[in-house]
Write a protein that binds this ligand. Structure first.
Ligand SMILES: [Zn+2]
Length: 251
């Protein structure tokens, strides 16, 4: 039996002499693990389509539930990502986080679209890394079922609260308390406006907002903390990305 699907390579592991095991996020079947035989040989026709962070059209052979790549054509390789270690590290984090939210046998075209749009915004549109990261993380949390309530203060109903509760995903004012104290992070009006935009906008407009750099960095720290709190997960690709930024600051 053959399966045709569009999918992006989330992870690659070298096995045997010339093979790879790939984790794919596919349009039609969610998360898939497939074997790409002989793909590490220079002459393999599958080579470019089976690279990390490449979106490809795959034809997969299903033999008793085990999938192998029969054919693959690259659709988008996000080449600029491969020329910049920071962008590649950030893109790899996006892939790992998308993989943590994706499920097997559960098609999730919105998740695939979010990941591809984020990689495109980094690779081709040159959007600021902190902006793409913040928008990706917050929207990913929404797709994972953790859409925050950003309408008003959850206690008094004020429309412009200045705190965000990481475990509840709600807004509140500094002086308003909702039961037991959770971790609340401060929000500027600009950060709140950006969060509302990201949660409510059309998918294609997700990265089309502006915020000055200081608020953007604070927003990126907040969305990261929110995603980690809700998924109860940490990501080694994120630690690596942050270590690169830190290194950049010290030289
Ligand atoms: Zn309030």
């Amino acid at each position: 039996m053959f399966i045709k699907t569009e999918a992006i390579v989330l992870r690659e592991v070298e096995i045997n002499e010339a093979d790879k095991l790939l984790d794919l996020l596919s349009k039609d079947r969610g998360l898939l693990t497939v074997k790409a035989r002989g793909v590490r040989r220079g002459s393999s026709p599958l080579k470019s389509a089976c690279q990390l962070l490449t979106l490809s059209e795959f034809t997969l052979q299903d033999y008793r539930g085990k999938l192998a790549v029969q054919e693959a054509q690259p659709l988008e390789q996000f080449r600029t990502l491969r020329e910049n270690i920071e962008l590649l590290a950030l893109g790899s984090y996006f892939a790992q986080a998308a993989g943590a939210v994706a499920q097997e046998d559960a098609p999730n075209p919105e998740l695939l679209q979010l990941l591809c749009n984020a990689l495109f915004a980094l690779a081709s549109q040159g959007r600021p890394q902190a902006l793409v990261k913040a928008a990706f993380e917050l929207r990913l949390a929404c797709l994972a079922g953790f859409k925050p309530d950003l309408s008003a203060c959850a206690v008094c109903g004020a429309e412009a609260p200045d705190r965000f509760d990481l475990s509840r995903g709600t807004l509140s004012c500094a002086a308003c308390r909702e039961g037991e104290n959770g971790i609340r992070l401060p929000l500027t009006p600009g950060m709140l406006m950006a969060m509302r935009y990201v949660v409510w906008c059309e998918p294609k407009r997700l990265f089309s907002f502006r915020l000055e750099e200081e608020s953007l960095l604070a927003l990126s720290a907040l969305t990261e903390a929110y995603l980690m709190t809700q998924l109860e997960h940490s990501f080694y690709t994120l630690d690596f990305y942050k270590s690169l930024l830190h290194y950049g600051e010290t030289i």
